[in-house]
Structures are given as structure tokens and as C-alpha cells.
Design a protein around this ligand. Structure first.
Ligand SMILES: *[C@@H]1O[C@H](CO)[C@@H](O)[C@H](O)[C@H]1NC(C)=O
Ligand SMILES: *[C@@H]1O[C@H](CO)[C@@H](O)[C@H](O)[C@H]1NC(C)=O
Ligand SMILES: *[C@@H]1O[C@H](CO)[C@@H](O)[C@H](O)[C@H]1NC(C)=O
Ligand SMILES: *[C@@H]1O[C@H](CO)[C@@H](O)[C@H](O)[C@H]1NC(C)=O
Ligand SMILES: *[C@@H]1O[C@H](CO)[C@@H](O)[C@H](O)[C@H]1NC(C)=O
Ligand SMILES: *[C@@H]1O[C@H](CO)[C@@H](O)[C@H](O)[C@H]1NC(C)=O
Ligand SMILES: *[C@@H]1O[C@H](CO)[C@@H](O)[C@H](O)[C@H]1NC(C)=O
Length: 743
């Protein structure tokens, strides 16, 4: 996550160098103790002028610098090791560091050093073997002078170095084994790497920069190379054609680039390979036929590419696999002809959004370690088999958008799946009846379930009673079905429930008062702890790749919401609704609610979206609504509201469309002034088209264009850091779109 790190890196305060002159004079005059291998005077001076010691946590007050913290000297009293990681060192690295000509080990990682390195930084450090400047705020170009030939480890990662890396930079580095420049702002080509110069290279990490162009040839000579990472750059072209010669490779990670072409068959020669991560590129063609030769492969991460054709049967010989992610490709074929049974270590299997056919592959159920299984957005058919119960650890199951049938059978089986936490089943079982009745004769079924989604299944029936036993249920999505009957009051007793999507059904009756008692919506403390927060697989909003940045990785990142939009609910909005303090989204539009807007809604201080449009609400808009500081999306359009829109409040900041269709309403931002009192003038009969997203249009373009910068940010900063418009898009997505597409 490059951005997260960068974002978190605080800009340095104004940094100045302090040379601690008084102390320095003290040393000169007091003479240096000679009872130990005397510290070289010159080195001692250089040390003092190298950094701003005063602001650090260092105590360098004794006479002999060889005894100072972090310093090691050789017999002659020359400093060889300067190891000062995490010492809160500030300011620039002064050129006087170069006077420590006997230095072999320099570790200044995890400090707050800034400024750039001198062009000749390495010139006098001719003995340097280990250099670690990672996790600082260093900027500017890399030093022009290359590191000395004895250098073994260079770690400049997690800084702000920019510019190109001169290809000469590594050409004298005979003994280089580890190079890490990841998480900087470097650009241009990856320095061409010729292992006839650096024969012992083991680890190269160029990831999270702005490198472009192709990956230069030469890696093939690196007979010791174990790890090659260059993900999150703009690299193009094919995988380097000589990479298969680097037989020691254990990890090849090049995600999020623009690599194209096929994964060459020769990759099957890399028999030590454990990690192959090429996700989010433009790779095409079929998977290598002999990939099964890679018996040590643990991770195959190839989602978001254009891979096509059938899965090679030999893939099922990769018996060390723990994670196989081939989602978002154009792979095809009958999954049930593959034999998954050798993949006994497999923990995560994700084949989302491909063209796989056939029944659910029964041999998958012999992958006893499976925790997460997602086969959504394929063309699988048939019924869920009983054998799934042999997956004792299965926690995440998503089968959305297939052609499965027999929802009652599926639920009867899955209720005994003890570990199941996430069950996403949408867009299957078309037109069946939602299972109810004797589904849960005993109360031990689904005891760990946190997310249930059956959206878009056109299910008939009522909100089923067995849900009332699910103490850990947090997200309930039954949107886009044909459910009838009322919203059951017992929903309000579910201790963890915080996301209710019942929109787009035929539900009638009133807004149950009991819903206003939902613990998880009333206070943070009220919510029962439901175990771990992270999702085993991220939930993606849509098939659109640019929307993948909106992936949700944590349960707690889901918007706290009640969406009842587009049903036949009537009666008043209960005043007790004001108790649902944590609610962020309330959408009851397209119903038949009547009466006033209770002013208690203004207690919902976390509300960001409030949609009351297309109801029969009357009376005035309570002025207190303007105290909803987070509110960024609001509509009361097409009701029977009257009077003046509260003046001088943020309500005036919303578009007139948020208020239109209320003949008795007047004042800014509506065009009609209140004095005129000309009800009936405003254009209520316009067209009956929805003024909002009708739920059919997907406002994704808008989201993906303006939000490209969020990549990687989400996990760290969470929803609060997100801009309002972004949040809105996110809400919309969850309330209207994901309902259909959550996978
Ligand atoms: C610094 O170290 C010296 C001895 O090396 C000690 O006498 C002195 O108290 C220390 N100062 C602090 C602030 O810890
Ligand atoms: C530098 O010090 C840190 C903290 O002790 C350590 O984790 C890191 O491995 C060191 N760097 C090198 C190259 O040894
Ligand atoms: C490289 O390492 C070897 C073995 O550690 C050592 O003998 C040799 O002197 C080093 N070469 C350079 C140029 O430092
Ligand atoms: C390179 O450094 C980054 C942190 O700056 C670290 O996350 C990454 O694991 C390192 N790469 C290797 C290969 O150690
Ligand atoms: C899988 O491995 C077995 C045993 O090593 C071998 O006989 C078989 O041919 C391999 N299957 C494929 C499709 O490569
Ligand atoms: C649905 O599944 C259940 C349980 O597997 C089974 O008993 C039942 O016969 C199935 N119904 C149909 C119509 O196939
Ligand atoms: C409301 O639901 C009905 C039936 O499910 C659907 O046809 C209609 O388009 C929906 N209206 C809106 C505004 O979403």
C-alpha cells in the first residue's frame, strides 16, 4: 500500500541541523580518555556533525565515542558500525558522515531524516557493506556515485526518493545480495540488472514506485535470485523472457502494472517458485499447461487479467497451494471435471467473474483447509451439495450470479456449517420461495453468521423467522426480491445487526418501533463483539475493474445503514428513530409514509445520507435537521411538505431537486419565494422519472474517475477519512447496487 505509507508519512517540521557546538568544544578541551581503544577524533567529530543528536533519544555524552550507543569501532578506534534505527533522528544527513571512511554497517532506518543524499554520498564510504536508510523522509535523486563494490545490502525503501535510477548504480556491486527501493517515487526504467556483475543477488524489491517501460533482460543470469518484486508500478511489455532461467526464484510479485502477453510455458521451470503474484495486469492467453510442475507453489494470484481458455489439469497437482485467485479473467470450462482433491492445503479459492460452467465442483469439498470459497459471477448450475459440510473451516462462501436452484435445500445444508460467517448468495434461485418454517428446528444453525445476502433472487415469502436466532448477524441484505408482509419487530432484537437492506421488495405495514432499539445502532458499546473484523476475501462492489478500489476488507467498513426504499410501507416515521445514533444511511424513499418528519431525526448525528423522497410526508421540515453536520446527501422530494425550507441552514446547500415535488414548500433553494404563496405553481407533474439513481443506472463512472486516488487508503484510514461525495457513492453502491452485485 504505497499511498497509505506515503500519506501517513508526516511532512517534516522545519528541520535544521544542530552541531551541538558546546559539547564539541568540551571534547576538544577535555581530551579523550585513553583507557580504551581510543575513538578516532576525526570520527567523533564527524559523528557529531552527521545528525541532529540533540533531538534524538541518544546519550552521546561520554568521552569515548566507541562506547556510545549504536557505535562499534575497530581496533584502531575507527567507527565501523553506526546502527541507529528508531532513534528519532531528525534533519539532514550531513556530508561529514562521509568522513567515517571505515564504516561497514550503516543502519538509520525508522527515523525522521529528510533532505537528499549528496551526489558523492558513497564516494568515501568505500568499505560500506550494509546500508539501511529505510523508513525516513529522504528525498531527491539517488546518489550519482554508485555504492562501493563491497556493498551487500541496500535498503532505501519507504522514503521519497525520486528521479531515475542510473543503470550504473549497481554495476560495481559484485557482492550485492539485497536491494530494496520499494515505496519511493522512482521513475524511468528499472535499472538493468546484469548478474554477471552481481552474481549473488538474492532479493530485488522495486515495488510501489513509478517505474515504467519494460522489465530489462538480465535477471536470467541471477542464479541466486530468490525474490523479485516490482508491483505497483507502470511496467509494460511481457514478463522478461529470460526469467525462467533464474532457477532459484521463490517469489515473483509484479501486481498492478500493465504487463501483457501470455505467461510463458517456460515458467514451469522455476521449480522453487512459491509465490506467483501477477494480479491486476493485462496478461492474456491460457495458464501454462505444465504449471503443475511447480509443486512448491503456495500462492497463485492472477486476478484482474485477461487470461482465457481452460484451467490446465496439471494445476490440480500444485499440492502446496494455499491460495488460488484467478478472479476477473475470461477462464472457461466445466469446473466439475477438475479434481481439486490434491489441494489439501488450499485456504482460499477465488474464481469470481469468469466463464466457468457445470455444477458446483464436488471435489472442491475435499480441500479440507478451505476457509474462503468464491465462485460468483460464473455460469454454474445445479444445487449445493451436502458434501460442502466436510469443509469444517469454511467461513466465507460467495456464489452470487450463477444459476443455482433449491435455496431451501442449500440453506438446510449450510445451517450446519459451523464456521460460516459470510454467506453471499444473491442472483440465484430465481423466483423460489425464501426458506422458512422448519429450517431451524434447533437453534444451533448459522451461529457464526455475520453477513447474509440474498439480494436479487426474486424470492417470494416473508422475512423469515429463523433470522431471529442469529445473534451475530450484522449485515442482512434481502433487497431486490419479492418479499411481502411486514418488517418483523424482532429484527430490532438482533444484538449485532447494523446493516439492513430490505429495499425493492413488496413489504408493507409500518416502520416497526422495535427497530429503533437495535443495539448496534444505538451505541458502540451496545454492539456485541462479533469476533474478527477482517473478511477472508475482499467484497468487491462491481464487475467494473476501476471500481475494485472500493473493495471492502473489513466488516466494520460497511456503512451502517437501513434501506427500506421502494416498498409499500406506510404510517408515521417513529419518533424513536432518533435513538439510532450510529446510523449513517437512512433511505425510506419510494414508500407511503405519512405524517410529519419527526424532529428526532436530527439526533442521528452520524447520518450522511437521508432520503425521505417519494412518500406522503406532510408538515414542515424541522429546522433542527440542519444540525446534521455529516449529512451530504438529502432528499425530501415528492411529498406533501409545506412552509419555508429552514433558512440560513446547510439545507440550502442542497440542490433544488432535493425539495421539488412538494407544492407547499417554498424558499431557497427552490425557485419560488415564500411571500408569493402560490402553491400548485411548482411543477409536480413533471415526469415521473426518478430524480435519483433509479437503482438501475450504476453511477460507477463518477466514482471511479474521481476516486482513483483512494487505492490502498481505505484499509488504513477507514471511512472517516473519505470525502463526502465518495462516501455517497459508496452508500449508493451499498444500498442500490451491491444489493444486486455484491459477490
Ligand atoms: C548519559 O550517559 C552517562 C554515562 O555514559 C550518564 O552519566 C548520564 O547520566 C546519561 N545521561 C542521561 C540523560 O541519561
Ligand atoms: C536495521 O535495523 C532494524 C531495527 O533493528 C532491523 O530491523 C533491520 O533489519 C536493520 N537493517 C539491516 C539491513 O540489517
Ligand atoms: C565479496 O564477498 C567475498 C566473500 O564474503 C569477499 O571475499 C570479497 O572480498 C567480497 N568482494 C568485494 C569486492 O568486497
Ligand atoms: C522492502 O521494504 C519494504 C518496506 O519499506 C518492506 O515492506 C518489504 O518487505 C521489503 N522487501 C523485502 C524483499 O524485504
Ligand atoms: C500430476 O502428478 C502425477 C504424479 O506426479 C502425474 O502422474 C500426473 O501426470 C500429473 N498430472 C498432470 C495433469 O500433470
Ligand atoms: C432441495 O434440496 C434438499 C436438500 O438437499 C433436497 O432434499 C430436496 O429434494 C431438493 N429439492 C429439489 C426440488 O430438488
Ligand atoms: C421498485 O420496485 C419495482 C419492483 O421490484 C421495480 O419495478 C421498480 O423499478 C422499482 N422502483 C424504483 C424507483 O426503484
Amino acid at each position: 500500500m504505497p499511498l497509505s505509507t506515503r500519506t501517513m508519512a508526516v511532512q517534516p517540521n522545519h528541520l535544521t541541523k544542530s552541531y551541538v557546538l558546546p559539547l564539541f568544544i568540551l571534547f576538544i578541551t577535555s581530551g579523550i580518555s585513553t583507557t580504551h581503544a581510543a575513538c578516532s577524533k576525526m570520527d567523533q567529530l564527524s559523528l557529531f556533525s552527521s545528525f541532529d543528536i540533540a533531538s534524538s533519544s541518544l546519550n552521546w555524552s561520554s568521552n569515548d565515542c566507541c562506547r556510545w550507543e549504536g557505535i562499534t569501532c575497530d581496533m584502531a578506534g575507527r567507527v565501523t558500525h553506526l546502527l541507529l534505527p528508531s532513534k528519532r533522528l531528525k534533519g539532514v544527513i550531513s556530508p561529514s558522515l562521509g568522513n567515517l571512511t571505515h564504516l561497514t554497517h550503516l543502519n538509520l532506518s525508522h527515523n525522521i531524516l529528510s533532505g537528499h543524499l549528496e551526489a558523492g554520498f558513497f564516494l568515501s564510504l568505500g568499505r560500506l557493506q550494509i546500508l539501511d536508510l529505510s523508513y525516513n523522509l529522504l528525498s531527491g535523486e539517488l546518489p550519482l556515485s554508485p555504492p562501493p563494490s563491497c556493498i551487500r545490502i541496500v535498503d532505501l525503501s519507504s522514503n521519497q526518493f525520486n528521479g531515475t535510477t542510473p543503470s550504473s548504480f549497481l554495476q560495481r556491486a559484485w557482492n550485492l545480495s539485497n536491494l530494496n527501493v520499494s515505496n519511493n517515487l522512482l521513475e524511468g526504467q528499472i535499472p538493468s540488472f546484469n548478474c554477471s556483475y552481481s552474481p549473488v543477488v538474492r532479493s530485488l524489491d522495486f515495488s510501489h514506485n513509478d517505474f515504467s517501460g519494460i522489465i530489462p533482460l538480465g535477471l536470467g543470469n541471477c542464479s541466486k535470485l530468490e525474490l523479485f518484486r516490482a508491483g505497483f508500478n507502470s511496467l509494460m511489455g511481457t514478463l522478461p523472457s529470460d526469467i525462467h532461467k533464474a532457477r532459484a526464484l521463490e517469489e515473483v510479485s509484479l501486481p498492478s502494472n500493465k504487463l501483457s502477453g501470455a505467461i510463458d510455458e517456460s515458467i514451469a521451470n522455476l521449480t522453487n517458485l512459491a509465490i506467483l503474484d501477477l494480479n491486476s495486469n493485462q496478461l492474456s492467453g491460457a495458464l501454462p499447461l505444465h504449471i503443475g510442475k511447480l509443486s512448491r507453489l503456495k500462492l497463485i494470484i492472477l486476478h484482474f487479467n485477461n487470461l482465457e481458455s481452460f484451467l490446465p489439469p496439471s494445476l490440480m497437482n500444485c499440492s502446496s497451494l494455499t491460495e488460488l485467485n484467478l478472479g476477473f479473467n475470461q477462464l472457461e470450462g466445466d469446473l466439475s471435471v477438475l479434481n481439486f482433491s490434491k489441494l489439501s492445503q488450499l485456504i482460499k479459492l477465488d474464481l469470481i467473474d469468469n466463464h466457468f460452467t457445470g455444477p458446483l465442483p464436488i471435489s472442491v469439498y475435499s480441500c479440507k483447509s478451505l476457509i474462503a470459497l468464491r465462485l460468483s459471477f460464473n455460469d454454474l448450475e445445479g444445487q449445493l451439495q451436502h458434501e460442502i459440510l466436510s469443509l469444517k473451516s469454511l467461513s466465507f462462501l460467495s456464489l452470487t450470479h450463477n444459476r443455482l436452484t433449491n435455496v431451501t435445500g442449500a440453506m438446510k445444508i449450510l445451517k450446519d456449517c459451523k464456521s460460516l460467517r459470510v454467506l453471499i448468495f444473491g442472483n440465484n434461485f430465481l423466483g423460489e420461495e425464501i426458506p422458512d418454517g422448519d429450517l431451524m428446528v434447533d437453534s444451533s444453525g448459522f451461529q457464526n453468521i455475520s453477513i447474509i445476502s440474498f439480494s436479487g433472487c426474486q424470492l417470494t415469502g416473508k422475512v423469515p423467522v429463523w433470522l431471529s436466532k442469529l445473534e451475530k448477524l450484522k449485515v442482512l441484505n434481502l433487497s431486490l426480491n419479492r418479499l411481502t408482509g411486514p418488517i418483523p419487530g424482532w429484527l430490532g432484537t438482533l444484538p449485532s445487526l447494523s446493516n439492513i437492506y430490505l429495499d425493492n421488495n413488496f413489504i408493507s405495514g409500518e416502520f416497526p418501533k422495535e427497530l429503533c432499539r437495535l443495539q448496534a445502532l444505538r451505541s458502540e458499546k451496545g454492539a456485541t463483539q462479533t469476533g474478527h473484523d477482517d473478511l477472508e476475501l475482499p467484497i468487491y462492489p462491481s464487475v467494473n475493474r476501476s471500481a475494485a478500489i472500493l473493495q471492502v476488507k473489513y466488516l466494520s467498513n460497511m456503512v451502517i445503514a437501513i434501506s427500506l426504499r421502494n416498498n409499500s410501507l406506510s404510517g408515521n416515521i417513529p419518533r424513536d428513530i432518533g435513538q439510532l445514533q450510529l446510523l449513517q444511511l437512512l433511505d425510506i424513499s419510494f414508500n407511503k409514509f405519512s405524517g410529519n418528519i419527526p424532529h428526532q431525526i436530527s439526533n442521528l448525528r452520524n447520518l450522511e445520507l437521508l432520503d425521505l423522497s417519494r412518500n406522503h410526508l406532510s408538515g414542515e421540515i424541522p429546522a433542527s435537521l440542519s444540525s446534521l453536520n455529516f449529512l451530504s446527501n438529502f432528499s425530501v422530494a415528492y411529498n406533501n411538505l409545506q412552509g419555508q425550507i429552514p433558512l440560513g441552514t446547510q439545507l440550502q446547500g442542497f440542490d433544488a431537486t432535493a425539495f421539488e415535488g412538494n407544492p407547499g414548500l417554498c424558499g431557497s433553494p427552490l425557485p419560488n419565494e415564500c411571500q408569493k404563496k402560490s402553491p400548485g405553481d411548482s411543477d409536480t407533474t413533471k415526469d415521473q422519472e426518478d430524480v435519483h439513481d433509479s437503482g438501475n443506472g450504476i453511477p460507477w463512472l463518477q466514482i471511479s474517475v474521481s476516486l482513483g486516488f483512494i487505492v490502498g487508503f481505505w484499509g488504513v484510514c477507514g471511512p472517516l477519512a473519505l470525502s463526502r461525495s465518495w462516501r455517497y457513492a459508496y452508500f449508493k453502491f451499498f444500498s442500490n447496487i451491491v444489493d444486486r452485485f455484491v459477490r
